[in-house]
Design a protein around this ligand. Structure first.
Ligand SMILES: C[S@@+](CC[C@H](N)C(=O)[O-])C[C@H]1O[C@@H](n2cnc3c(N)ncnc32)[C@H](O)[C@@H]1O
Length: 205
């Protein structure tokens, strides 16, 4: 693959530390997985923690991420899943391949092409297939942002003290819902939990 993007470099550099500190699957994701059958894509899968939860529930699971180092770790963490390297905005996947897509804490790292990535989710879902997308919330207590401010750089201090900056686009729940609608998905549910916004979208048939 020819491209090298900002997220890839940062997540490659923090992959091992990220893996040691991001082991527990999120309850909201596990609850969604419990409603599924069939084939699942974990988009921006990171270290594969949610791929493991999907496999444990008997789902055929594919993880996709741009970070080669995180994919190496995900393969070790979850050998039963299949992993591919790619960009969330240009999925190397045929139309109508999956019954569900998880897109957890990934969309907010894209400086551009966020709606495009949701349209890719719609494209690879089968009719009636469901997307769970989450993003960090603009209204989380930690931020002190102006009304129109959305884009921030957030430091990650690796355990050896080296600091890396990660780009985030902080969403309101309404904005995330609006982008799911722009991707031609029907909104089934929206909710906030902790510092995150979630939208469930369904592909029409
Ligand atoms: C905060 S992590 C979330 C990982 C995982 N979804 C989880 O919940 O643990 C964000 C992930 O998005 C990936 N990522 C960022 N930009 C991406 C892109 N354009 N295409 C694919 N993956 C991307 C990063 O490499 C990283 O693994």
């Amino acid at each position: 693959m020819a491209y090298k993007n900002e997220s890839e470099e940062v997540f490659d550099s923090i992959a091992e530390h990220f893996d040691r500190t991001r082991r527990t699957p999120w309850k909201e994701v596990v609850d969604f997985l419990d409603t599924l059958k069939g084939d699942v894509l974990d988009l921006c899968c990171g270290n594969g923690r949610h791929c493991c939860s999907a496999v444990e529930r008997g789902l055929n699971t594919v993880g996709l991420d741009v970070s080669e180092e995180l994919l190496k770790i995900a393969k070790k963490n979850c050998p039963e899943a299949f992993f591919i390297r790619g960009d969330a905005r240009y999925l190397p996947i045929k139309d109508e391949t999956f019954d569900a897509v998880l897109y957890i804490a990934g969309i907010h790292h894209l400086r551009e092409g966020r709606v495009r990535s949701l349209r890719e989710c719609e494209r690879v879902l089968r009719p009636g297939g469901r997307l769970l997308v989450s993003s960090w919330s603009k209204y989380a207590d930690r931020w002190d942002l102006g009304e129109d401010e959305r884009d921030v750089m957030v430091p990650w201090t690796r355990d050896d003290g080296v600091v890396f900056q990660r780009y985030y686009h902080l969403y309101t729940l309404e904005e995330l819902e609006g982008e799911v609608i722009k991707a031609h998905l029907t909104v089934e549910d929206t909710f906030s939990s902790g510092e995150n916004n979630y939208v469930v979208g369904v592909r029409g048939g």
